[in-house]
Design a protein around this ligand. Sequence first.
Ligand code: RIB
Length: 316
Amino acid sequence: MSASNQPASSVASVYNYGSINIDHVYRVPHLVRPGETLSSTDYQIVLGGKGANQTIALARAGGRVAHWGQLGRADEWALETLRDAGADIDDVAVLEGSSGHTVIQVDDEGENAIVLFGGTNQSFTPERLDELLTGADSGGWLLLQNECNAVEAVIQKALARGLKVAFNPAPMTPAIRKLPLTELSLLFVNRGEAAALVDIDEQSNADTLIKALQTALPGVDIVLTLGAEGAWRIDGEHNEPLYQPARPVQAVDTTGAGDTFIGYYMAALQADHDANTCLARATAAAALAVQHPGAATGIPTVEEVEAFLQIADQSE
Ligand code: RIB
């Protein structure tokens, strides 16, 4: 680990097999409608990608994380944000192709719509995966999302090596349901992902979603995030689910809020905090993130999260 804010090496490493995107973010009065031409009021090019965002959040939370990624040479500048956050980027390969990138609209309510091009996130070779996995500490965690290729192969290789696997099936695709999900140690899902995974109505209440997830994935710890309705941690041992209400804030941009939650949750888990603390820290971090524009740019520091939690605790 090259970064100065990494904790002692006795903690389990987290290897994040994650996308790196260049986000082209357009501020718009409303999300564009079919056939409409809409002027944007602001335009920014920033680092994003569910993978990179989660790595940055984990590192800013004080966690120990190595990012396994790929990006195009023209976008090497984006690595600075990962490095500055304190992530280990020794295993980020710089390639000749186009980086993953997105076109993101953010409206006046802070809601977004995203078009994604996979680029170099989709060109991991079997040889590169073997190399990454062979170098991994078997007592560690593999964290991954669904923006890189070979998701199933990476999960299988990580399991075979003895790593625990934490998976965030975003963006959700039909192929996800065929993955060895019952072998996961931890699954992060939002409402839409949960409903698609267990094939029930997205408008189902939390109780119905939780029961369906427990039935489909026995033994897997699951974190279900429901935005303004809070977050649940469902125990693979069938203990009573834990609930964390959302922190009411004025959202400016929700892009990357889920990634911030996951990074902070993983860092708290890595630091051996109990599940209630993991949920509380992750929820606070996400609440801060939505108050700032941009995905990676909106991810708070650990000091900001701790100050926010202190103020929130005092006012309860
Ligand atoms: O979760 C937010 C991220 O999704 C953005 O940064 C964008 O790159 C897309 O991958």
